[in-house]
Ligand binder design. Structure first.
Ligand SMILES: NC(=O)c1ccc[n+]([C@@H]2O[C@H](COP(=O)([O-])OP(=O)(O)OC[C@H]3O[C@@H](n4cnc5c(N)ncnc54)[C@H](O)[C@@H]3O)[C@@H](O)[C@H]2O)c1
Length: 262
């Protein structure tokens, strides 16, 4: 019998309590990894951790001290850290004419500062001399929104374009410093989960589409594959990037969007 491809690896998934993060935890676990679910939501996060036979750590990705404590706890509970998935993110739609700077800052705080702090603590932990100093993999979750111009997504799209850039800079820094950590990102297409449905509702509330169904049809109409993504399809790409099959894949953004992105 062949070993599962992530056997012996330890993975931390931020925002793992629900949605894509939960699906990533399940797929990483099915591929043999031991998974630490890190989230603000304790009850749901613990349920996912229990279901995948892993551990839960409380984490606010915007808080440096929270990262320090969460990564230390993860390393001590599962004996190391080989894979970090910077998945936690928020989406709040707004037209420019109504833009609230506090909302804009909040989006950047979670999506950009949060992912950047994750890279910081992954590098410190996985790099030579770190508490789990065998190198590893970081995968950041951007969005197809980083590569298109959809109305009312200015701040979200900008934050996800920033995730794309920090991915590439992080891969370069890791190489220059000899940290042994590959850093890539994924641009998922729209998924019909809580966040995806929320976005369709926001488009309707803002008067951009007559109904959530027509907002979804607008996205599908821009997608060569002619449908939305499934969470499983995004997770398949994640496991590939985490695995040794992708060992010479570094500093890229992988669209998993049915061709919608540019
Ligand atoms: N759903 C989609 O259609 C879609 C498409 C493209 C990209 N994405 C991206 O995928 C990622 C996951 O999206 P989702 O659909 O699962 O969203 P979701 O809202 O269902 O889940 C996000 C998770 O992140 C957690 N989180 C939020 N802020 C946090 C913080 N400060 N610290 C720790 N955890 C925090 C939440 O508690 C939640 O469990 C996000 O980065 C999102 O931008 C989603």
């Amino acid at each position: 019998m062949t070993e599962p491809e992530l056997a012996g690896r330890r993975a931390l998934v931020t925002g793992g309590a629900q949605g894509l993060g939960k699906k990533f935890a399940e797929h990483l676990s099915a591929a043999g990894a031991t998974v630490v679910v890190a989230d603000l939501q304790e009850e749901k996060g613990k349920e996912v951790a229990a279901a995948v036979g892993g551990a839960f750590v409380h984490l606010d990705v915007t808080d440096d001290a929270s990262w320090e404590a969460a990564v230390a706890q993860a390393v001590s509970e599962v004996g190391g850290l080989d894979i970090l998935v910077n998945n936690a993110g928020i989406e709040i739609a707004s037209l420019f004419i109504d833009l609230d700077p506090d909302v804009a800052r909040r989006i950047f705080d979670v999506n950009v500062v949060g992912s950047s702090l994750g890279i910081k603590h992954a590098f410190r932990t996985m790099g030579p001399g770190g508490a789990a100093g065998n190198g590893g993999v970081v995968i950041n979750i951007a969005s197809v929104a980083a590569t298109i111009a959809f109305p009312a997504l200015s701040q979200y799209s900008a934050s996800k374009s920033a995730v794309d850039r920090i991915t590439r800079v992080a891969a370069m820094e890791s190489g220059k410093l000899g940290l042994g950590v590959r850093v890539n990102c994924i641009y998922p297409g729209l998924v019909p989960n809580e966040m995806g449905a929320g976005l369709a509702n926001e488009m309707t509330t803002l008067g951009l589409f007559p109904s959530p169904e027509e907002a979804v049809a607008g996205v599908v109409g821009l997608t060569p594959s002619g449908r939305l993504a499934t969470e499983d399809e995004i997770a398949d790409a994640l496991v590939f990037l985490a695995s040794d099959r992708a060992k010479f894949v570094n500093g890229i953004g992988l669209p998993v969007d049915g061709g919608m992105g540019m």
